[in-house]
Every structure is written in structure tokens, then in C-alpha cells.
Design a protein around this ligand. Structure first.
Ligand code: B12
Length: 265
């Protein structure tokens, strides 16, 4: 698997793939990704990085939405999403094909210092409000009697993606608890013990979170043994490492909320 776009960069990535353990390789690859993005930022703005290629295809109005989010044009962003709804798009489609790619664009613009930290936070807040609004209008399937618990691993503050994944399970009839960002391992174990979910979904965004993810999964195995819940992982950095879940001893992985629940049935 190649992680960087520089002309001869893949040679370096291959070299490390064979020299390092999978987790160390993932961390090094994350650093390569950062370096690659930073180097190409000056000459590339609209190019889609390799790690985004397994993700939902952006809706045609994504650029427009990104502009409205950055500018803080709340009602115009809302109107654009409303229009998508009126055209038949549901919660998960809007979340993954409009809001998610808009947030990815915002991440790139922030990294290229084309927008401020304040604009990134403003966009995040608007997206969270819109998700709550869209959720309130969503159609729920009848209960299927199964429970799923979701959280970001300790240290990961990126909570929008896991919220979308949790919502996709809830809309499909699962009973869901979504514990958001930065959940300590001990708190996760206690909640699994108290609530006994069939499935636990864990989210990581940066390669730096992978070691915590590995420790979290090991703790679940250690605490619950063969009575443990199924473990599903996902999040931005796992999308460059599609086989990582096997190495980490998870049971499954999915690149996005529109696929996660379908793949779990
Ligand atoms: C908003 C944002 C923040 C906010 C988050 C607020 C919040 N409440 O979530 C704040 C300001 C806290 C933040 C902080 C930081 N951020 Co930030 N952030 C972002 C940004 C712009 C959007 C994140 C987002 O919401 N994406 C949209 C969601 C929907 O996408 P997603 O998370 O990938 O989720 C989907 C899939 O991955 C999958 N999925 C996710 N989880 C799971 C779990 C399971 C079980 C499954 C099956 C699937 C799944 O399904 C989801 C829905 O389809 C991203 C850019 C980006 N590309 O994402 C940067 C980004 C992730 N951040 C970045 C960085 C560097 C940071 C900071 C280090 C910045 C700093 N110096 O402080 C800190 C680190 C904080 C930490 N310890 O985690 C970098 C990471 C670069 C890298 N290669 O590691 C990014 C990529 C920005 C960039 N350069 O483009 N950030």
C-alpha cells in the first residue's frame, strides 16, 4: 500500500512497510501523509488525497456548502441542505455526501492556512446543529433488539464521524449509546459491562491514536474474553490502512457511516 504522492515517495513507504511492525508503519505513514499534504498544498488545492479515495463521492453542491460554512452563512447552509432533502436525500446521504466532504475540504483549507482556526470551529458548530436538525426529521426502522456502543478512543477529539456512524445504526433499528470524544479506556470498559452491547464501535482520526486504539481493543479482549462484544473500528486514518483492523484484533472496519451499518447486518 502506498501512502504518499511524491514522485518517489512510494519507494520509501514500501521500504517502511517491510521494516516496521504494522502499528509503527501506520504511525510513520501518518507522518508521510502529513508531509505529503504539506508539500503538495502549495501546488494542489482541489486534488483528492489517496486516503480519501474510498470515501463517499461528494455531492455536486459540496463546494458551495463549504463556502457557506466557512463564511458562517448559517441560514444559507441550512437552505442548501433543505434543498437536498426536498430532492429526496436522507440523513445518512446528506451527512456522508455533503457534510463529511465539506468538513474534509475545511480541514485542507485550514492546513493550507487559507482559513482560520475560528472558521474551522464555526463550520464544525454549524454542522453539529444541522446534524441534530436532520436527525430529528429522519425515518427510523423498527427496533431490531440489538445494542451498539460508540466512542472516540481516548485522545481523539474528532466526534462528528462517530456521531454519524452511531446515528446510522440507530436509524437502522439498533439501540445506540454514543459516548462522543476522548473516552478513557476504563470508562469504556465500565459502560460495556453495565450495558452489555453486542457491538462496540471505536473511532480514531490521526495515526497517533492507533496505539491507544490497540490498547483499547486489547483491554476489551482482556476484560470480557469470549463474552466480549464485536469490535468495529473506523475513522480518518484507518481509511488509508484497510487491513489494519485485523492486526489490531478488531472484528470489522468500515470507511464511512453509509456503509458501516450495512456491513454489520
Ligand atoms: C473539525 C476538526 C477538528 C475539531 C473536531 C471537533 C469535533 N467536535 O469533532 C477540533 C478543533 C477539536 C480538531 C482538533 C485537532 N485536529 Co482536527 N480536524 C477537523 C476536521 C476539519 C473535520 C473532522 C470531521 O468532522 N470530519 C468529518 C467526519 C464525518 O469524517 P470522519 O471523522 O472521517 O468520519 C467518517 C469516517 O471516517 C467513518 N468513521 C469515523 N469514525 C468511525 C468509527 C467506526 C466504528 C466506523 C465503522 C467508521 C468511522 O465514518 C464517518 C462518517 O462517514 C478534520 C479534517 C478531516 N479531513 O476530517 C481535521 C483533522 C482530522 N484534524 C487534524 C489535526 C492535525 C488536528 C489537531 C492535531 C490540530 C491541533 N494542532 O490542535 C487537533 C487534534 C485533536 C485530537 N487530539 O484529536 C488533521 C489530522 C491530520 C493527520 N493526518 O493526522 C485533519 C485531517 C485536518 C487536516 N490536516 O486536513 N479538529
Amino acid at each position: 500500500m502506498h501512502f504518499i504522492n511524491l514522485d518517489s515517495g512510494w519507494l520509501l513507504a514500501d521500504y517502511f512497510e517491510h521494516k516496521l511492525t504494522p502499528i509503527d508503519h501506520a504511525i510513520v505513514s501518518g507522518i508521510f501523509n502529513d508531509a505529503s499534504s504539506a508539500l503538495s498544498a502549495a501546488r494542489v488545492s482541489a486534488q483528492i488525497p489517496a486516503f480519501m479515495q474510498c470515501l463517499p463521492v461528494p455531492h455536486q453542491d459540496t463546494d458551495l456548502l463549504t463556502g457557506k460554512l466557512i463564511a458562517g452563512h448559517i441560514s444559507e447552509a441550512h437552505e442548501l441542505l433543505q434543498q437536498a432533502r426536498l430532492n429526496g436525500a436522507g440523513y445518512i446521504y446528506i451527512a456522508t455526501h455533503l457534510l463529511q466532504p465539506a468538513m474534509y475540504q475545511i480541514g485542507q483549507l485550514w492546513q493550507q492556512t487559507q482559513i482560520s482556526v475560528a472558521q474551522k470551529h464555526l463550520a464544525t458548530a454549524i454542522v453539529q446543529n444541522e446534524l441534530a436538525y436532520l436527525y430529528s426529521l429522519a425515518d427510523f426502522s423498527p427496533p431490531n433488539g440489538k445494542r451498539a456502543l460508540f466512542a472516540c478512543v481516548e485522545g481523539n477529539l474528532h466526534s462528528i464521524g462517530i456521531r454519524m456512524v452511531a446515528d446510522s445504526f440507530e436509524l437502522a433499528g439498533w439501540q445506540v449509546q454514543q459516548l462522543g470524544a476522548n473516552l478513557p479506556i476504563t470508562a469504556l470498559l465500565s459502560q460495556i459491562s453495565a450495558w452489555q452491547p453486542e457491538l462496540v464501535g471505536l473511532s480514531v482520526s490521526q495515526a497517533q491514536h492507533l496505539d491507544t486504539l490497540r490498547r483499547t481493543i486489547a483491554a476489551i479482549h482482556g476484560e470480557f474474553g469470549e463474552h466480549r462484544p464485536q469490535i468495529m473500528i473506523g475513522g480518518l486514518c484507518t481509511n488509508a490502512l484497510s487491513e489494519m483492523w485485523r492486526t489490531l484484533k478488531a472484528d470489522s472496519w468500515s470507511p464511512s457511516a453509509d456503509l458501516a451499518q450495512i456491513e454489520t447486518i
